[in-house]
Ligand binder design. Structure first.
Ligand SMILES: [Zn+2]
Length: 128
C-alpha cells in the first residue's frame, strides 16, 4: 500500500483496504465516505442516495474514536496522519465540498496540491 492513513487522535488505520474511510457529517446528515488515498486525487465514494452540494462545508470524524478531524491550526481544513515510503506526513485537506486543496507536510517541507490550494493562507502550517 503506497499510502497508509491514520487518525491523529487514536492512531486507528483509516484505509484498511484502498480508500480512506471517514465519517462525514453536515447537520443531521451523517454517513461514511471513502476518499481516494492519493493526495491531490479528489475522487470520493459515497453511499447511494447521498448528494453533496459543491461549496457545502462538512465535518469529518474518525470512524473509530469519532474525534473531529478539523485542524486546530487551520479550521477550514481536516488533518490526518499518513505514512508513505516509511516517511511520516500530516495531510491537510479542505472541508468544503468541491474545493481542491491539499497540503502534505513532512519534516522536509510542505507540498501544495489542488487547484484551490492557493486560496488558503497557511503560514501556520509552515511553522510545524
Ligand atoms: Zn480516531
Amino acid at each position: 500500500m503506497r499510502w497508509t492513513y491514520s487518525c491523529p487522535h487514536c492512531e486507528a488505520m483509516l484505509n484498511p483496504d484502498e480508500t480512506v474511510i471517514l465519517l462525514a457529517e453536515q447537520r443531521s446528515d451523517i454517513f461514511l465516505v471513502g476518499l481516494h488515498p492519493e493526495p491531490g486525487n479528489y475522487r470520493a465514494y459515497m453511499p447511494p442516495g447521498h448528494e453533496v452540494e459543491n461549496g457545502s462545508r462538512w465535518n469529518f470524524r474518525c470512524p473509530v474514536c469519532h474525534h473531529n478531524l478539523t485542524a486546530a491550526i487551520a479550521p477550514d481544513l481536516c488533518a490526518l496522519d499518513m505514512v508513505s515510503g516509511g516517511v511520516k506526513h500530516r495531510v491537510y485537506f479542505s472541508r468544503t465540498a468541491g474545493e481542491q486543496a491539499t497540503f502534505v507536510v513532512s519534516a522536509e517541507g510542505m507540498e501544495r496540491l489542488g487547484t484551490d490550494a492557493g486560496s488558503h493562507s497557511l503560514e501556520m502550517l509552515e511553522l510545524i
